[in-house]
Design a protein around this ligand. Structure first.
Ligand code: ADP
Length: 200
């Protein structure tokens, strides 16, 4: 099962990815997590990415495509994966198509979580409050200013990715405003439908 989860920051991609990961026994490949790990390690990629991430802008296509290309090759991704936060530009989506083609792989489904803008800001604030209450570190880009910029970046550069998959008939929009259970149920329905379609 190879899935792409699309949706604005705060849409619930991370929550749904963790669940799908357990349900299907496949890894969640999050470019955001990979980049945060690189920043923490102080690697050359991390040093280059840090300021860009904190400003709510996108790291270069070249860097994230390389991260995903390497990650997909690892053994644990042989039976599938969930892409979370990638592709985020049309160039990344095209590179992914090319990459999968070379490996004779294809995507089973692309799921877009739809959530109203006002709700996204609320969720980000809640995430920060909860993290602080638990004594966890708050992400450097989880503040009103950076979040606003991340939303703008999403509309400018990532919304066209949905159109890219829609044109190819691969996009499934899911209402992301309900409870976690409701959203999970809608995603599972799409996934099952697609599994049936690809096996039949
Ligand atoms: P969220 O899901 O909350 O939007 P992520 O954890 O996916 O955030 O990503 C955090 C930041 O990492 C992004 O704002 C961006 O700077 C960078 N990033 C993550 N994935 C990509 C990508 N595919 N292309 C470019 N930049 C990325």
């Amino acid at each position: 099962m190879r899935l792409v989860l699309l949706g604005p920051p705060g849409a619930g991609k991370g929550t749904q990815s963790s669940r799908l990961m357990k349900a299907f026994g496949i890894p969640q490949l999050s470019t955001g997590d990979m980049l945060r790990a690189a920043v923490k390690d102080g690697s050359p990629i991390g040093r280059e990415a840090q300021a860009v991430m904190n400003a709510g802008k996108l790291v270069s296509d070249e860097i994230v495509i390389k991260l995903i290309d390497d990650r997909i090759e690892r053994d644990d991704a042989a039976n599938g994966f969930i892409l979370d936060g990638f592709p985020r530009t049309v160039a990344q989506a095209e590179a992914l198509s090319h990459l999968l083609e070379q490996k004779s792989m294809r995507l089973d489904a692309v799921i877009e979580l739809k959530v109203e803008q006002g709700r996204l800001v609320e969720r980000m604030r809640q995430r920060v409050t909860e993290a602080k209450a638990r004594g966890e570190t708050v992400r450097d880009d989880d503040n009103a200013e950076a979040f606003e910029k991340r939303l703008a970046t999403y509309h400018e550069q990532t919304a066209p990715v949905s159109e890219y998959y829609d044109r190819r008939g691969q996009l499934h929009a899911v209402d992301g405003m309900g409870s976690i259970e409701q959203v999970s149920k809608s995603i599972d329905e799409h996934v099952k439908h697609n599994q049936a379609a690809s096996s039949g």
